[in-house]
Design a protein around this ligand. Structure first.
Ligand code: GRF
Length: 199
């Protein structure tokens, strides 16, 4: 059983899929902590409903990225988490926590990295850019987090067709549905020790 800390900023649908994955036993793990960068994230409500310890750590209260990340790391260290999952978490983690938790931080991105990723590429903007590019496919990616945005080794990806007349919202919904399958599958791989083998 692995201990999982989940960092969130928004609605928490990916957090929910990880909660459900642990409850069903598909993920041999337990979510021991949720940290939100925003006090009003609905993801906090999802954690409360499951009696999962949750806290808000807001970047604006810290001098810089390093101090902010150190505060998050303190909370994660305390719970002795084996894995950190970024799930709709919108901020970049500083090198300190990324180094301490090297190859133990996963992120899910709503596009087929390395395309359509990097600073500023999050939320609906990703899908607008994909549609503007004329791609026939989009998708989602789970990757290990390194010191650059959306850049670490890819663990799993799922392709999703772009359909005629797609709007960014419709494409986002189609991709999000696949994210909810992909993330639990990637966390299960981590828990089974299968990610080390791809490094
Ligand atoms: C999702 O598109 C996810 O890929 C991205 O943040 C969006 C919202 O995620 N990382 P959630 O509903 O808050 O989990």
């Amino acid at each position: 059983m692995i201990k999982i800390a989940v960092l969130v900023s928004g609605g928490g649908t990916n957090l929910q899929s990880l909660i459900d994955g642990c409850k069903s036993g598909f993920i041999p793990g337990e979510i021991v902590l949720v940290v939100s960068s925003k006090p009003d994230a609905y993801a906090l409500e999802r954690a409360r409903k499951e009696n999962i310890e949750a806290s808000v750590i807001e970047k604006k209260l810290f001098k810089n990225e390093e101090e902010y990340s150190a505060e998050i790391q303190k909370a994660v260290d305390k719970k002795k988490a084996d894995l950190i999952c970024l799930a709709g978490f919108l901020l970049k983690l500083a090198p300190n926590i990324v180094r301490t938790y090297k190859n133990k931080i996963l992120n899910i991105h709503p596009a087929l990295l390395p395309e359509f990723g990097g600073p500023g590429m999050y939320g609906i903007r990703v899908h607008e850019t994909v549609l503007k590019s004329g791609q026939k496919y989009s998708g989602c990616t789970v990757h290990l987090v390194d010191e650059e945005f959306d850049h670490g080794p890819i663990v799993l990806q799922k392709r999703v067709p772009v359909e005629a007349g797609d709007t960014p919202v419709k494409l986002a919904e189609r991709v999000l549905k696949e994210e909810h399958e992909l993330y639990p599958a990637a966390v299960r791989m981590f828990a089974m020790g299968e990610i080390e083998q791809i490094l």
